[in-house]
Design a protein around this ligand. Sequence first.
Ligand code: AMP
Length: 306
Amino acid sequence: MPVLVVGSVALDSVETPFGKVDNVIGGSGTFFSASASLLSPVQLVGVVGNDYPMDQLEPLRKRGVDMAGLEQVDGESFRWRGRYRHDLNSAETLETRLGVFSHFSPKIPAQFKNAPFVFLANIDPRLQLDVLKQVQKPALVACDTMNFWIESRRPDIIELIKHVDLITLNDGEARQLTDCSNLVKAARWIMDRGPKIVIIKKGEHGAFMFKDKSIFFAPAYPLEDVFDPTGAGDSFAGGFMGYLAQTGDLSDANLRRAVVVGSAMGSFAVEKFSAQRLLEITRADIDARVAEFRRLVAFEDEGAAS
Ligand code: AMP
């Protein structure tokens, strides 16, 4: 089954302790698509300017990303410039240039409107709401956001979450949105306002999924070398949604498996700059990493505590 994603398709300039790149392909929609397309067909909606290197999106198209909803218009593409210091868990935004995104009004192509899985990747929450008005009863709608939008468009985010089934946030964003320092309370605060499922990511410390009264935790894969954390969150979401779309199963057990696939995809994204690593790997690499996750958390309870 296909996943529809609306998100930023950007040119990123990133500095990490290990190197620096300028104007490479990035954006929440791009990372999500690169990740999810390894698992299910993807329908991408977004906008780029006439300066965008469209040929660099060709590997995504080859992998089954339908770009009928990606407009190219006159103007500058969205640009993000960020830096990571030694704490690779938090990006410092140096510059955000919305460019063509400031006048963008998403138009969902007719053939995308009944997509069963919809992901509103990190963009202006007003655009995320616009998309929701155009789609027909998806089985699951999920959204993401970030500090930039929580600071500038909080009321729109509160409106948006009334209409989504699931939200993914990192721990800092969850605290900022809810004003709760405790993450269990922050998740409860969000669930009281709409989403039935809340996923709070903690970078290299893994991710929590809250649903009703249950809490599930998956570690992050302990990589020896993290090269560039940009896109880890979107790749997590791509793995999570792509797996759900591939299996079409929204049971609790499958949601938990999807969190692990999401963690695996996040771990690939950070191994190289831009979406490079995501574009190299195959389904077999994902399966092998998921198997490593299983070994990572397996232990035998010999009743020592009982
Ligand atoms: P993450 O998965 O959270 O690391 O997302 C990284 C991507 O988010 C980068 O490729 C950026 O281009 C994109 N990005 C950064 N700021 C924004 C923003 N304000 N709105 C939409 N996308 C953004």
